[in-house]
Design a protein around this ligand. Structure first.
Ligand code: T4K
Length: 359
C-alpha cells in the first residue's frame, strides 16, 4: 500500500542539480559564503522583495542569532503553540520564555493578553506566524513601541506570505525563516534572517562567521551559522519551481476545504494576508476524535502529525508548567493533514472521505 506522509520534500529534476554539482567541483569552493550562497541571497531578496536578508544553516540558529544580535536579556514573551525551537532558542540564549495564550481562530499569540505579561524584566516579544498565518503585527508593534520592546518573528513557515501586499518578513526588528526539507521551499537544511536595519544585518554577518571581521580581528562573539554551496545550489534550483509548488498546494488545500468544511474547524487566516499553504491544520471537536481519525488514517498508511502537541507552556522538562486554556485545548485537537507537491489530488479526496467516514 502506498505510504502518504504529512509532507515530503519537493525534489526538482535531478539533472538541474547535477549542473550545479559539476560547477561546485570545478570551483573547489564548498562553503564560507561561496558564489552560490551569495547568489541565493541576492535572488531571495528579489523574490521576496526584502532587503537585509541572510542565508544561514537552519531556522533554529537564525532564532539564536536574532536574540543574540539584539542583546536580549531577561524575559521574552512568546507563544506556547509553536515548534519547540522557538522556546529552546530563548532558553539557549539565557533568557526566560514567558508564555502568553493564543487566539482560538488564528492560533497565534493573543495580543490582548501581552501587556498583562510584561514586567520590568521583559525585553522582547518573540511570536510565531504559526503555519504561515501572520500574527496581528500592527497590535504587537503598538505594544512594543509603548513598552520599548524588541520584536522577533519566528516566520519559519511564512516563506512568500504577504501582509497588506508587503512581505511579512518586513515586520518586527527581525524575522527568521526555516528552509528545512519539510518546508515547501527548501534548501535541505537552511534558514533565513531578515533584519529591518542594515547595521543589524552587518552584525549578524559577523556572528554567522565566528565573530570574525575580515582581517581586522573580532567584531563580536560568534558562531558557525554558514551554509554550504550544496544547500545553496538546491535553493537556486528549487526557487524556479516555487510558483508550481504553491499552485499544487492551493489545489490540495481547496479539496480539504471543500470536503471538510462544516465538519472540522480550520485556522482563521489573517484577512490582510496571502496564503502559502505551508501546512494544512484542522481542529477536531475533541482529542478523542482526533486520535481515532489519526489511527484510522495510519491503518490506511496515511501519516498525519500533531503539530504542535504538547503545548510548550506545560510540557518542557526545564520549565515550570503553566496552564494556558486555549493552547491546552487547541494543541490537543489540532492535526496537520498531508500536503506536498507530489501528493495526488485523488489521494486527497480519499483522505477526506476516510476522515468523513470516521467523524
Ligand atoms: N520555528 C518553527 C515554528 C518551526 O516549525 C521550526 C521547524 C523551526 C523554528 C526551526 O527550523 P529548522 O531549524 O528546523 O530549520 C520537522 C522539521 O525538522 C522542522 O524543521 C519543523 N519546524 C518541524 C515543524 O517539523 P519533525 O521532527 O516533525 O520532522 P520529521 O523528520 O519527523 O519529518 C516530518 C515528515 O516529513 C515525516 O513524515 C517524514 C517527512 N520527511 C522528512 C524529511 C526530513 C521526508 O519525507 N523527507 C525528509 O527529508 O520536525
Amino acid at each position: 500500500m502506498k505510504k502518504i506522509l504529512v509532507t515530503k520534500p519537493f525534489m526538482a529534476p535531478r539533472k538541474e542539480y547535477e549542473v550545479y554539482i559539476k560547477k561546485i567541483w570545478d570551483n573547489q569552493w564548498l562553503t564560507n559564503m561561496g558564489p552560490f550562497a551569495v547568489e541565493l541571497e541576492q535572488k531571495l531578496q528579489t523574490h521576496l522583495d526584502v532587503e537585509n536578508l541572510m542565508f544561514v544553516s537552519n531556522g533554529t540558529i537564525a532564532l539564536h542569532m536574532a536574540i543574540k544580535v539584539l542583546g536580549l536579556k531577561g524575559e521574552i514573551i512568546t507563544t506556547p503553540f509553536s515548534f519547540v525551537a522557538t522556546s529552546n532558542s530563548i532558553m539557549w540564549e539565557g533568557c526566560t520564555p514567558v508564555f502568553v495564550d493564543i487566539e482560538k481562530g488564528s492560533l497565534n499569540i493573543d495580543p490582548s493578553l501581552i501587556e498583562a505579561a510584561i514586567t520590568e524584566k521583559t525585553t522582547a516579544i518573540l511570536a510565531t506566524h504559526i503555519f504561515g498565518n501572520p500574527c496581528d503585527v500592527e497590535a504587537i508593534q503598538e505594544i512594543a513601541v509603548k513598552h520599548k520592546l524588541k520584536i522577533i518573528y519566528d516566520a519559519a513557515h511564512s516563506f512568500g506570505v504577504k501582509f497588506k501586499n508587503n512581505s511579512i518578513f518586513k515586520y518586527g526588528d527581525i524575522s527568521t525563516c526555516s528552509l528545512h526539507a519539510t518546508k515547501f521551499y527548501h534548501t535541505g537544511e537552511g534558514g533565513l534572517i531578515i533584519a529591518n536595519d542594515a547595521e543589524i544585518l552587518k552584525a549578524l554577518g559577523y556572528i554567522r562567521n565566528h565573530g570574525l571581521q575580515e582581517d581586522q580581528g573580532f567584531a563580536s562573539i560568534g558562531t558557525n551559522a554558514k551554509n554550504s554551496e550544496f544547500h545553496a545550489a538546491l535553493g537556486l534550483v528549487n526557487l524556479k519551481y516555487v510558483d508550481d509548488i504553491l499552485k499544487k498546494r492551493r489545489e490540495i488545500a481547496k479539496i480539504y476545504e471543500r470536503k471538510l468544511k462544516n465538519k472540522l474547524e480550520f485556522q482563521v487566516w489573517n484577512n490582510s494576508a496571502s496564503k502559502n499553504n505551508c501546512y494544512f491544520p484542522v481542529v477536531f471537536s475533541s482529542e478523542k476524535q482526533l486520535l481515532h481519525v489519526k489511527e484510522r488514517l495510519e491503518q490506511n498508511n496515511i501519516y498525519t502529525r500533531r503539530y504542535f502537541y504538547p503545548s510548550l507552556s506545560s510540557s518542557l522538562p526545564y520549565l515550570d508548567p503553566v496552564i494556558l486554556p486555549i493552547t491546552e485545548d487547541i494543541s490537543k485537537r489540532c492535526l496537520c493533514l498531508p500536503i506536498y507537491f507530489d501528493l495526488n489530488l485523488e489521494d486527497v479526496e480519499n483522505i477526506c472521505n476516510l476522515i468523513l467516514s470516521e467523524i
